[in-house]
Design a binder for this molecule. Structure first.
Ligand code: MIC
Length: 645
């Protein structure tokens, strides 16, 4: 049977289950990736499994999120991660070496393999034709231990690309076009597979931007064929031998279809405060701009930075504008420097930072009160920048740079009267520098793991009780992101390996008293709207609420990774059968779920919930494996009991 590329890769890695969309399957994971913000907890979880060494073919740990070192905590975390990597046979990419997704594509990723990363933007590896997925840290720790990854078999949305992008329009506009069509939950449960004659016109960097931000569509992953463009990229990285050709079989079918004529794509922009709030740039033309940021995990490539340097060369940014550059990796920085790009950026007034995620996760670069920030990053959820009521727009490097020059949001095509559109060619070979990667060795496996005082042991959680009862403490609306549930930023990020401390910030933006309200209650419930938990893979958005006593979330629908994280930490993910019942779940109402343990054990999918004397119906759509984890009070409990047996 003719197969699309997604199904081919899934089929090659299938360990359990049938490839029927919606049913749970288990696949082999070839490579794993951690970053520091999710990695400290994932490393503690891996340690808790009691193995001497990782069992995945390849595992890497990057340090890219928290580089601030405002006190001992951050430096301690880095030391912990480096020594744990040495001990367990994990590649360690040092702070300053770059963003996980970028460095992984440069040095380690291979077409046709599966990659599981504790970061929702892991699908950026679509650029080199991997089937790459984001997951909670615990799922990645299990994959590092050689366990398969369980997911619902996705549908495949085939997006046929035709034509070629016009000058001043780039790959970012293609993914913004997808977001304009599908919004932030239109691709939940799907892999987006790009095919057709337009694919070859997109560079690996462009494909990476599209894969990276495919996460914002709610997609499980995105995939591109591996072609001549991929081969040349890997050659440029000095590892052409890792290339294999890959594409869908002729005549392969997709579950759903879409088509984008690249020549018809125009410059687009996501307005505050959702990546799905997309309009053509000219519709918001003239809005005064205070801050422009290029880079972080998206649009931080050699091509992007060189394009920015060429546009800005010999000019200067507007007087009222702060212009930041966050390179994707040290390699990019070295290559852009070699080609003279850095000097052009500096002379134009850019602030050039070390490679990393930086302002994307609120680690510095917060805009001032009432200021407008234009970013090439993938997310603009409310408050994520670190500033309350922020006004963050997401756009291409071309739109961002031209707007930095004019001081207002500008359609970059207007600049065509000033200069020819710079088409950037990658060099024959990149300057490659792996000296900031510590490769595993036999000798290093004797290393003692060093823990700072901020690295606390993993909390213990009780199994599911016979009956759950408690109070709704908070009710939230639609599209609540994990940034709202468990914020990041420079105050909170350093607490990622200290659950007691970080739990004080749960729902902090919406209700700073949430933590206190949970304190004297044994079980707590949270109610929510559609697409609850979209965004980041951070398992802390499940783990910290569980620590506070949250035992069930009752919502209209869930985002994929967050729902899996809830099951991993023993929180029941219930969806309302009748969405109108949302109205009943006011803060303060008492809730009771009788015989929940028995219902979980018997595989019940309809769970009656008593809300102050009235019964409402909820549905529990989880696999048998997730039921066992929920019964045990969380996946670690289950796996530990299982290993003992
Ligand atoms: C993000 O973009 O939200 C992050 C920061 O990369 C997160 C990871 C995290 O919360 O640490 C993600 O998307 O998974």
């Amino acid at each position: 049977m003719a197969m699309n590329l997604t199904r081919k890769i899934l089929q090659n890695h299938l360990i359990e289950g049938e490839m029927v969309p919606g049913r749970e399957i288990a696949i082999r994971i070839d490579q794993t990736l951690l970053q520091d913000a999710t990695g400290t907890m994932a490393m503690l979880e891996f340690e808790a499994l009691g193995l001497d060494r990782v069992r995945a073919d390849f595992a890497a740990q990057y340090v890219d999120h928290n580089l601030l070192q405002t006190d001992h905590k951050n430096a301690d975390d880095h030391r912990f991660l480096q020594t744990a990597c040495a001990r367990f046979g994990i590649h360690f990419s040092r702070p300053g070496n770059g963003v996980s997704h970028q460095v992984h594509s440069e040095r380690f990723g291979k077409p046709g393999l599966t990659l599981l990363g504790a970061d929702s933007h892991t699908p950026g590896a679509a650029g080199i034709s991997m089937l790459a997925m984001g997951a909670g840290g615990l799922d990645v720790a299990l994959a590092m231990a050689g366990y398969p990854y369980h997911l619902r078999c996705p549908k495949v949305l085939g997006v046929k690309l035709t034509g070629e992008l016009s000058p001043w329009v780039s790959a970012k506009d293609v993914i913004l076009e997808m977001l304009r069509r599908y919004d932030v939950k239109g691709c939940v449960g799907k892999v987006v597979e790009y095919y057709g004659p337009g694919v070859k016109t997109l560079s690996v960097a462009g494909r990476r931007s599209i894969g990276n931000m495919g996460t914002e569509l709610g997609a499980t992953s995105s995939v591109f064929p591996s072609d001549e463009v991929t081969r040349l990229y890997l050659r440029c990285e000095g590892r052409e031998e890792d290339w294999i050709p890959l594409e869908a079989d002729p005549g392969a079918e997709y579950d759903e279809y879409a088509e984008i004529d690249l020549s018809g794509v125009e410059p687009l922009i996501a307005c505050p405060s959702s990546p799905g709030n997309v309009v053509p740039v000219h519709e918001v033309r003239g809005v005064k701009v205070d801050q422009v940021i290029i880079g972080s995990s998206a649009n931080s490539s050699y091509r992007d930075l060189m394009a920015v340097a060429e546009i800005i060369a010999g000019r200067h940014i507007g007087d009222g504008v702060a212009f930041h550059i966050n390179p994707g990796s040290r390699q990019i920085l070295e290559n852009v420097a070699q080609e003279g790009g850095i000097l052009k950026l500096l002379r134009a007034g850019a602030q050039i930072h070390q490679p990393g995620c930086l302002g994307c996760i609120g680690m510095g670069q917060a805009p001032g009160t009432g200021q407008v920030s234009l970013r090439t990053m993938p997310r603009n959820f409310p408050g994520r920048s670190g500033t309350r009521d922020d006004q963050v727009y997401l756009c291409s490097p071309e739109t961002a740079t031209v707007s930095a020059l004019t001081g207002e949001i500008t359609d970059p095509r207007e600049f065509s009267s000033q200069m020819a559109y710079p088409r950037i060619r990658e060099p024959e070979a990149f300057v490659v520098d792996d000296s900031s990667i510590v490769f595993p060795s036999e000798e290093l496996s004797q290393t003692d793991i060093i823990r700072g005082p901020n690295i606390k042991p993993f909390p213990t959680f009780a199994a599911m009780p016979e009956t759950l009862s408690g109070e709704v403490i908070l009710r939230v609306g639609d599209n609540i992101s994990t940034d709202t549930i468990m914020p990041a930023g420079n105050k909170v990020l350093p607490l990622r390996s200290n659950i007691e401390a970080i739990s004080r910030y749960v729902f902090y933006q919406l209700d700073p008293e949430f933590f206190a309200k949970c304190e004297d209650r044994a079980s707590v419930f949270v109610a929510g709207g559609e697409n609850y938990g979209q965004g980041s893979s951070r398992e802390h958005a499940a783990l910290a609420p569980r620590y506070l006593g949250v035992r069930a979330k009752i919502v209209k629908s869930f985002a994929r990774i967050h729902k899996a994280n809830l099951c991993n930490f023993g929180i029941l993910p219930l969806t309302l059968v009748n969405p109108e019942d949302y109205q009943l779940l006011r803060p303060g109402v008492r809730i009771r779920i009788d015989e929940i343990k028995a219902m979980l054990r018997n595989g019940e999918t309809q769970i009656p919930v008593q809300v102050e004397g009235k019964t409402i119906m909820t549905s529990l759509e989880v696999s048998d494996r997730e039921r066992l984890n929920l019964l045990a009070g969380g996946t670690l409990n289950y796996v530990r009991d299982h290993l003992k047996k």
